[in-house]
Ligand binder design. Structure first.
Ligand code: TYD
Ligand code: MG
Length: 452
C-alpha cells in the first residue's frame, strides 16, 4: 500500500505545516490546524478538467468579454458589473440564514423564465424543501433544474450533461471528493472542490456561483484561499433583526468592486430596494437631538444614512465608548478631537453611537457626521432640519476634503435636504448648483455655529 502523506492545514486561511501548531503564523487564529491527507502531484487533476493548452499570439485571442447574462435583477447586475460573465466563478458568502439560497434561487428563476436552462445543486436541503421555498418565491419554471448531490465528480458530470446557462453550488462546504480522506467542509475538500469547479467553468464557459458560509470573524469558512481563486467575491450582509439585506462586491475581475445592491426580505423572497436613501431614512425621528444624516458612498452609489449618538454622564469611573456600524477606534479618536478642539467635553460621558438600520459604513466622510451627532446629543439640541454633513476630521480638528462630492450633494438634494455642511478645502467650482445652501467649514471649532 502506498504511504499516505499528511500535513496540517489552518482551517481559516489554508496555511500548511508539517506539524500541529496552536496558533496559525499566517492569520493568527488559534487552534485551527487540522491534519489532512495530501495526494502526490501526479494524482492532482483528473483528465476531465485538464486544459489542452496551446500557446497562441495575444493578438489572435478574442478580446471581447462576450455577452453578459443579465440576471433580470437590477441590484444584482450592478454588483456583478453589468451581468454574469461567461466562464466566471462567483463566490457568494454570508452568514447562515441571511438569504443566500433564496437570492440564488430567485436569480435562477428569473433566468429560467427567459427560457434558459439553469441548474441549482444543493447539498444542504432536500428537493422537497427547495420546492417549498420555490413555491414562496413563485419559482416554477420547467427549465430550472434541481440536483441534490454532494459528490464532486457527479456534480461535474451532471453540469457537463445538462449544459446549463448558469449553475449554482449551494454550498461549496457540502461538496465532497472521495479522492481526499478529509471531511466535507475542510480546507482540503473546499480547495479541491472549488478548484475543479472553477477549472471546469473556465473550460466550458458555464458561469458557476459558489455559495459559502461565513465564520463569525467574517472570513469564508474554511479557506480564505477561495477568495483568491474565484473571479468575483460577493458578500450578502444584513442583520437578522432587520428586513434589509445588502449584497456587496468585495472583488470583481470583470467590474467595479465595492458596489452594493440593496434588498428587502419579504414573505415572498427578496425584493429590490430601488431607493435605499428613502428606505434607510424612513424611520428617522423628527427633531431629535443626536441624529444626523450623512450622504455616504457605497461603491459608485450615494446613500443617505442616519447616524445616531447618545451621550450621557458616566455612572462608573470609566466612560464607555460603544459604536455599532462604524469603527470603534474611529469613534474614540473623534471623541477625543471633539473634546480637545471642538470644546465639547466628553471626558466624563458615556458615548453610544449607532448607524440606523444596521448599516455598516467605513469611509472617512462620515467623520463629520459622527462628531455632529455627538455634539448634538451632548448639547441636547437637534441639528437644523434639512441638514446633511460630510467630511473627514483630522487630529488637529481640521475638516478634510473627500471625493465624489457632487453626487453626494445631488443625492441629498434629491431627497429633500436643503443645507449641507462640508469641507472648506472643496473649492466652490467643484460644487454643483442644486439650490441647496452649501456651508464650507475648515475646522471643528466652526461646527456648532452652523449645526443648529
Ligand atoms: P436562506 O436563503 O435559507 O438563507 P441561507 O441560504 O443564507 O442560509 O434564507 C432563510 C431565511 O430567509 C429564513 O430565516 C426565512 C427567510 N425567508 C423569508 O423571510 N422570506 C422568504 O420568502 C424566504 C424564502 C425566506
Ligand atoms: Mg442556504
Amino acid at each position: 500500500m502506498k504511504k499516505t502523506k499528511t500535513l496540517f492545514f489552518c482551517q481559516n486561511c489554508g496555511q500548511q505545516s508539517p506539524k500541529w501548531l496552536g496558533r496559525c503564523p499566517a492569520c493568527g487564529e488559534w487552534n485551527r490546524f487540522v491534519e489532512e491527507e495530501v495526494r502526490e502531484a501526479d494524482e492532482r487533476r483528473p483528465e476531465a478538467v485538464r486544459f489542452d493548452g496551446v500557446p497562441q499570439s495575444i493578438d489572435a485571442i478574442e478580446g471581447d468579454e462576450g455577452e453578459r447574462i443579465h440576471t433580470g435583477i437590477a441590484e444584482m447586475d450592478r454588483v456583478l458589473g453589468g451581468g454574469i460573465v461567461s466562464g466566471s466563478a462567483i463566490l457568494v458568502g454570508g452568514d447562515p440564514g441571511i438569504g443566500k439560497s433564496t437570492l440564488l434561487l430567485q436569480i435562477l428563476e428569473k433566468l429560467a423564465e427567459r427560457g434558459l436552462t439553469v441548474l441549482y445543486v444543493s447539498g444542504e436541503e432536500s428537493a422537497r424543501q427547495i420546492k417549498l421555498r420555490g413555491r414562496r418565491l413563485a419559482a416554477s419554471s420547467a427549465s430550472l433544474m434541481v440536483l441534490i448531490e454532494v459528490e464532486l465528480d457527479n456534480i461535474l458530470a451532471r453540469i457537463q450533461e445538462i449544459q446549463p446557462a448558469v449553475a449554482v453550488i449551494d454550498s461549496i462546504q457540502t461538496v465532497y471528493s472521495p479522492a481526499l480522506s478529509s471531511t466535507a467542509g475542510s480546507v482540503g475538500q473546499v480547495r479541491e472542490a472549488s478548484g475543479r469547479l472553477i477549472l471546469f467553468s473556465k473550460k466550458t464557459g458555464i458561469p458557476i456561483f459558489l455559495v459559502g458560509h461565513v465564520t463569525k470573524d467574517g472570513s469564508i469558512a474554511g479557506p480564505k484561499v477561495l477568495e483568491h481563486m474565484v473571479d468575483t467575491v460577493l458578500y450578502f450582509e444584513g442583520d437578522s433583526g432587520h428586513a434589509y439585506r445588502v449584497i456587496r462586491g468585495i472583488k470583481n475581475r470583470f467590474g467595479p468592486t465595492h458596489e452594493i445592491g440593496v434588498f428587502e426580505m419579504r414573505d415572498n423572497g427578496l425584493a429590490e430596494v430601488a431607493n435605499p436613501s428613502a428606505f434607510f431614512l424612513s424611520e428617522r425621528p423628527d427633531g431629535a437631538a443626536g441624529s444626523v444624516v450623512v450622504p455616504s458612498m457605497e461603491g459608485t452609489r450615494p446613500i443617505l444614512i442616519e447616524i445616531q449618538a447618545l451621550v450621557s454622564s458616566t455612572s462608573f469611573g470609566m466612560p464607555r465608548r460603544t459604536a455599532i456600524g462604524v469603527d470603534h477606534n474611529r469613534v474614540s479618536l473623534l471623541t477625543a478631537v471633539l473634546d480637545k478642539i471642538g470644546g465639547i467635553h466628553l471626558g466624563n460621558c458615556d458615548v453610544f453611537l449607532n448607524v440606523a438600520g444596521g448599516v455598516k459604513v467605513e469611509e472617512p466622510a462620515i467623520d463629520l457626521g459622527i462628531v455632529s451627532a455627538l455634539a448634538s446629543s451632548f448639547l441636547n439640541r437637534p441639528v437644523m432640519a434639512g441638514t446633511v454633513v460630510f467630511g473627514e476630521v483630522g487630529l488637529a480638528g481640521e475638516i478634510r476634503g473627500i471625493s465624489q462630492t457632487e453626487i453626494r450633494i445631488r443625492e441629498a438634494g434629491r431627497m429633500g435636504f436643503v443645507r449641507c455642511i462640508l469641507p472648506r478645502t472643496l473649492s466652490k467650482e467643484v460644487l454643483p448648483e442644486t439650490g441647496m445652501e452649501l456651508i464650507r467649514i475648515g475646522s471643528l471649532r466652526e461646527l456648532t455655529e452652523y449645526l443648529f
